[in-house]
Ligand binder design. Structure first.
Ligand code: SF4
Ligand code: SF4
Length: 165
């Protein structure tokens, strides 16, 4: 009760601070974090953001020969960790907060990547974009090894070390 009485003069001095949203725009500060936006040109489909995202709002989905990076805003807690971890700086944090929808599928945003097929077994294993990036940065990676999936690569390296015995 005493606390309540102390608050009254402060409240009278400060006046009204709440805003009548949606009739008035709420205060959006400089550090406010809303929905994220993934740049499809910069993104390589490496999946680092999906591993760090606490509520799993980001996921990698394989559909045939396509790799999809899916952002489901319905789970996002707007922590910004995905933007911090992305090696390509492909994630921007927007100020967008009016995200409600009656249709769940409208809350998904997809970025699609072509998947690379293993030249030996035909299994898809990595996005073509990511493989090309690795190949451009690791000169020591022979072309015939780079085009193999992890399983076939292990077997091929073992074969080379043991001379096929
Ligand atoms: S971390 Fe960046 S580059 Fe990797 S999948 Fe996520 S958005 Fe794309
Ligand atoms: S802002 Fe946080 S919760 Fe939202 S997608 Fe990024 S890591 Fe996940």
């Amino acid at each position: 009760m005493v606390k309540f009485v102390k608050i009254i003069p402060i409240a009278l001095k400060v006046g009204t601070v709440t805003r009548k949203y949606p009739f008035e725009r709420p205060l959006i500060t400089e550090s406010f974090r809303g929905a994220i936006e993934v740049d499809p040109v910069k993104c390589t489909g490496c999946g680092a953001c999906t591993r760090i995202c606490p509520p799993k709002a980001l996921s990698l989905i394989r559909e045939g020969e396509t790799l999809i990076l899916r952002y489901f805003v319905g789970k996002c807690i707007f922590c910004g960790m995905c933007a911090d971890i992305c090696p390509e700086k492909a994630i921007a944090i927007t100020k967008e907060f009016e995200l409600a929808s009656e249709n769940l599928s409208e809350l998904n945003v997809d970025v699609e990547h072509e998947l690379k097929k293993c030249v030996k077994c035909g299994a898809t294993f990595v996005s073509t974009k990511l493989l090309n990036k690795v190949r451009s940065q690791v000169e020591a990676l022979p072309d015939d090894i780079a085009e193999l999936c992890p399983n076939c690569r292990r077997l091929e390296i073992l074969k080379r070390f043991t001379g096929g015995r």
